[in-house]
Each structure stands twice: as C-alpha cells, then as structure tokens.
Design a protein around this ligand. Structure first.
Ligand SMILES: Cc1ncc(COP(=O)(O)O)c(C=O)c1O
Length: 408
C-alpha cells in the first residue's frame, strides 16, 4: 500500500557516520519504513510474503537478501541487533530469547564434543549449572578457575580448550578480570574469549576493544533497564556470528519483535542511566563501608578495593551492582531483607527500581556447598542493584534493614 505513495528515495535516513557512542545508542540500526515513522516500528509477524515462487526460492537459498520467517529474521529484532553490535564495536549481533539462550547458542554453535571450556568460578549460578550439567552431557567439560588469578586460567588450559568464559564484573562479588590479558592467553592457545558484559554494558566497557572475541548479554538487565522483558544477545565478528546465527535459525531460541522494541528503547537511555546507577551505587557503597555492622563491601568503585585501578583502566564507570557481607549469618541477612520498606526483594538487577537479594538461597542457590564456598557466596552476603530512586531514600530503607536484623 505505502509503496504506491512513496518511492524509496523519499525515506529520510539518519546519517550517523562517525557518530559518538551516545548518538549510536539512540539512532543506529533504525531503517524507516514507507510510513516514515519517527520511533522504530514493531513487526509482529511470523512470516513474510514473496511476490512469486521464484522470489521465495531465491530468499531461501540466500541468493537474494530479505526476510523469510521471524524465527531468524525480523526487522525490529534486526534493528536491535545492529544497534547493539555498533555499541559494542562488533561486526554483527544475534539476539536471543534470554541471556541463558545467548550463552547456550554461543556454546552449541561454536563447540563440539570433546572440547573444553575454562570458566570463571564467579559467574551467574545458572551459567555454572548449564556448563556443569548440560554441556557435560554432550561431552564438553568445564574447568572452573579463579577469575582474578591469571595463573589459574593458564594452568587449566588443555590442548582441547576451545573457549574461555567470564563475567567482569562478576555476579555477585563484582570481581574483575584483565580482559586484554585473558584475550592474549586464549589466543595463544587458539581458544576464543567470551565476556558476559551484563554488569557494565557497552556504555561502561567494550570487551571487544580489549581483544575479546565474543560479548554476551542478558538484555533482561541494564539493556532493558526497567525490568520488563527477558532477552539476550551475542556480539562478535561476522565469521563467529554466522555460526551463532545458523544455530538460532535451526534451533529457534529467538527474541520476539516486541521485546526487541523494548530493548531498542532501553538502549536509547543506556548511557545516562549507567552514569546515574554508578553514581548512586558509589554513594551507597561508601555509606555501607563506614558501618560497623558491615564486614566487607564488594564494589570496584571504592578506592579501597584491590581492583580499583584495573576497573578504572577498562571501565568508564563502575555499574550499579554491589554486594556486602553483614556481621551475621543467614538469619540476620534474611531479617535485614525482610525489614526493608520499598526495596524490591527480587532476583533481577539493572532496573530503575533498587533490588535486593540473598544470593546463597536465590540466584546461586543451586550451587553445591563447596562451589558456594569457593565462589565466596556466603550466608551473610547480600546483593543490591542500586536503582534510580533518591540515594537518601535508598539509604534510609537499608538502615531499616540494619535495625530489623538486630545489627544496629
Ligand atoms: C551476569 C548474568 N548473565 C546471564 C544471566 C542470564 O540471563 P537471563 O536471565 O536473561 O537468561 C544473568 C541473569 O541473572 C546474569 O546475571
């Protein structure tokens, strides 16, 4: 219909060649339709029609580019993929139905039976379970190592090691790894380095620029930023992403167009949100650090943190997530959480609303006791994802926690 009114040349295109990060975050990947909409369109369609049988055949064979079926191509999802690829400085991105689907798609697409993964011990609990329980079932074994100790990575690498995997900063202890050093190590052994960049997002850290091969996101977190949708994305070179895309097309852990649209809107405010989250988290971390009833605060934005200099080198901010150990055990930690008035007791993070969780019994609850001990997931550990409410109000609420736990 619209084709009869406008010629292609009538569609204004925003030229952002050479633009800076904030501009890319707002505008990259947007292909206007003939309706000339200003905000990105949502295409809630399962399939796309062809003008003829021969056109259908040409699209299916790849001879002619174009949409076929939304399991693997959809314009709204593609806009999100192009924008996040540009933001991470990667050639191509593939969006997935969740962050775990992004991790699964990367592993299944790039690894084969008999390959070996070296993974940081300090990863999201479900990532740990996925590697140990499910990748192992298909003959891919994982060795878990200390995130911050390069020697433990080096000594875990075997001749069949194909992938090094880490989160930096890690969940929930906010430890960080030197990405450039690990990328060198991986490449010396012909392995790939994948970085889960969930905590920093490309607004604060771009792992590909330090030599990582693959960036993974749970888009569910800061990319959305308001706790609405589940999604994930993998970013890397055209060569690597062709494999991940091939898996997505065959197996179908696809992002929905509606979710892609929500994430596109989230990306537009990402830079400004990440700056605000980082500023508020630092204020909360400094306040917690001065409390007698707090044993340790884990936040690399604190100058007292042993990895502060490294964080400053590879991040342009410190993110909104921090954790701390109170002087007590599970009972005090639960009383602390139950005593709060408005902070949300929920496992998600990266939301405008501040969230609080007890990792040992929630996000990391499926780890064995030994794995918890090795990963520092103690019963007195509490994680907060500092939101965008007033810092004064957040501190007041946390103060209620200290009182109700009997610590103050
Ligand atoms: C660091 C990190 N990576 C991956 C995931 C998994 O993402 P999703 O819940 O979107 O599958 C999470 C979820 O909490 C996470 O915190």
């Amino acid at each position: 219909m619209a084709n009869s009114i406008y010629k292609d040349s009538a569609i204004p295109v925003a030229n952002i060649d050479g633009a800076e990060f904030e501009t890319i975050a707002v505008r990259a990947g947007h292909q206007r339709t003939h309706e000339l909409e200003h905000s990105e369109a949502i295409f809630p369609t399962s399939s796309f029609v062809f003008n003829s049988a021969s056109e259908a055949a040409a699209r299916f064979s790849g001879e002619v580019e174009g949409n076929i079926y939304s399991r693997f191509t959809n314009p709204t999802v593609q806009a999100f993929e192009e924008r996040i690829a540009a933001m991470e400085g990667g050639e191509r991105a593939v969006a997935t139905s969740s962050g775990m689907a992004a991790i699964m798609s990367t592993c299944v697409a790039l690894l084969k039976q008999g390959d070996h993964i070296v993974c940081s011990r300090s990863v999201f609990g479900t990532t740990n379970v996925f590697f140990q329980k499910y990748m192992a079932k298909f003959g891919v074994e994982t060795t878990f190592v200390e995130l911050t100790d390069i020697e433990s990575w080096r000594s875990a690498i075997n001749t069949n090691t194909a992938l090094l995997f880490l989160e930096t900063p890690s969940n929930p202890l906010c430890e960080i790894a030197d990405i450039a050093q690990l990328a060198d190590l991986a490449h010396q052994h012909d392995a790939l380095l994948a970085v889960d960049n969930c905590f920093c997002t490309p607004a604060l850290q771009r792992p590909l620029s330090f030599g990582a091969d693959i960036v993974i996101h749970s888009a569910t977190k800061y990319l959305d930023g308001q706790g609405r949708c589940i999604g994930g994305v993998v970013v890397g070179s055209n060569e690597i992403m062709a494999e991940v895309f091939g898996f997505l097309r065959s197996a179908g852990p696809t992002m929905s167009p509606f979710n892609a649209w929500v994430f596109l809107k989230g990306l537009e405010t990402l830079s400004i949100r990440m700056r605000a989250h980082s500023e508020s988290a630092l204020a909360v971390a400094q306040w917690l650090e001065n409390k007698d009833s707090v044993d340790t605060v884990f936040y690399t934005g604190l100058e007292s943190h042993s990895q502060y200099e490294l964080a400053k080198k590879q991040q342009s901010g410190f993110s909104g997530v921090l954790s701390f150990r109170i002087k007590g055990g599970r009972e005090e930690a639960w009383k602390f959480i139950d005593g709060l008035q408005f902070l949300s007791i929920t496992a998600n993070l990266g939301d405008t609303k501040t969230t609080i969780t007890h990792p040992a019994t929630t996000t990391h609850g499926r780890l064995s006791d030994d794995d918890k001990t090795l990963s520092g997931i103690t019963e007195n550990l509490i994680r907060i994802s500092v939101g965008l409410e007033s810092v004064g109000d957040i501190k007041k609420d946390l103060q209620l926690g200290f009182i109700s736990s009997g610590l103050e």
